[in-house]
Write a protein that binds this ligand. Structure first.
Ligand code: COI
Length: 360
């Protein structure tokens, strides 16, 4: 499907103001000049594709998404390279995952080509918003909401709106490169078999806030989620996936249906194998995490996600006690993977996987 966008240009923010905002952006606080919107209806399918000035939406208070939460989103980044080129990272992988979320949430899929075209148009138009500093990027947030005006809950909405907004971003975790301290959530779970854990829907995030607050009360940066049935197996951390490093062998929790299939997770699996590590999906028991960290067999743990990239996890806190991984310091495998992956994104390293997508 090729889609024709009407273009309504914005009054752009003057250069000096934009440059000031780009100098040290926090995560997700400022937005570029434009946004993308495409409507879907039962009668017309996808239509009314627009690039328009960034701004508030006017929605009826009875719009379905406000009441029943039929909403999904994605997150990916555009990078500016030293030669001035602007690239996005694995946009087709994000398009695919977006459509898997659509399927789970009974929403109409958006053709992958249209998803990527929308990203390209927004990034090309707001190219000046892609920061130059190493480690910074323009975070892209595609999302879709159910827009039928009804309080009836008889089935999926008969209308949707797909949108993309863009926000210049620095480091996600305030702690910077410091290893994270995580809290094992035993009172709350994030997802159960058959639920929506593998979909990137807003409700999955809303349901975790109370546990995240508990983690912070315990002096921790993030929550670690365990499986809902036995509270024994590690699923994921906060909004990221986890990797466990045993010397040169890496293990990440398998995609059981309750955790998000992270694009960074998938990239780390491929990259680790390419770099000569053994990279596997498997089950990680909490008891083994602790025993192996204490014996030294487990050498590093790191989290990975689009917004937070690769971040080392140094300390674990739980109701049954605390333990430290790898002396609480970032380990060499974590650092190497982070360097290699950011190198592919910035163009300092070759991209043997074809992950990088150049914006014309
Ligand atoms: C991402 O890593 O892109 C996410 O979607 C996490 C979000 C909570 C910032």
């Amino acid at each position: 499907m090729t889609i024709t966008f009407t273009v309504q240009p914005a009054d752009r923010l003057p250069d000096p103001e934009r440059e000031q905002l780009l100098a040290a952006p926090a995560f997700g606080e400022v937005f570029s000049d434009h946004m993308i919107s495409i409507q879907w209806s039962l009668q017309n399918g996808w239509h009314e594709a627009q690039l328009a000035p960034y701004g508030p939406l006017l929605l009826d208070p009875a719009t379905q998404v406000f009441h029943y939460g039929q909403e999904i989103f994605e997150g990916l980044k555009a990078y500016r390279r030293p030669d001035g080129a602007v690239v996005t990272f694995r946009p087709f992988a994000h398009a695919e995952r977006f459509n898997r979320s659509c399927e789970r949430m009974a929403m109409p899929p958006l053709p992958e080509a249209a998803f990527v075209e929308a990203l390209e148009l927004l990034v090309a138009t707001d190219r000046a918003w892609v920061p130059e500093q190493p480690g910074y990027s323009l975070y892209l947030r595609p999302f879709m909401i159910a827009t039928q005006r009804t309080l009836g809950f008889y089935g999926p909405s008969n209308a949707y709106r797909f949108m993309v907004i863009a926000s210049p971003a620095g480091a996600y975790f305030q702690a910077g490169a410091k290893p994270l301290t995580v809290w094992l959530s035993e009172d709350y779970t994030r997802a159960a078999p058959g639920g929506t854990g593998a979909a990137k829907c807003g409700g999955n995030y809303a349901g975790t806030l109370v546990a995240q607050a508990q983690a912070q009360q315990q002096g921790c940066d993030q929550v670690v989620w365990l499986d809902a049935a036995e509270r024994r197996w590690v699923d994921e951390m906060g909004t990221s996936n986890l990797f466990f490093v045993y010397g040169s062998r890496l293990v990440t929790p398998e995609l059981s249906g309750t955790l998000l299939p992270g694009v960074t997770r998938d990239s780390v699996l491929a990259l680790a194998a390419e770099l000569g590590y053994t990279a596997e999906e498997g089950r990680i028991g909490v008891a083994d995490w602790r025993a192996d960290a204490e014996s030294g067999r487990l050498t590093e743990v790191f989290s990975c996600g689009t917004s937070s990239m690769i971040t080392s996890v140094g300390h674990v806190r739980s109701k049954d006690g605390d333990w430290t991984v790898g002396g609480g310091r970032p380990g060499p495998v974590t650092s190497r993977l982070r360097e290699e992956l950011t190198g592919i994104q910035s163009g300092e390293r070759p991209d043997p996987f074809g992950w990088v997508h150049k914006i014309a």
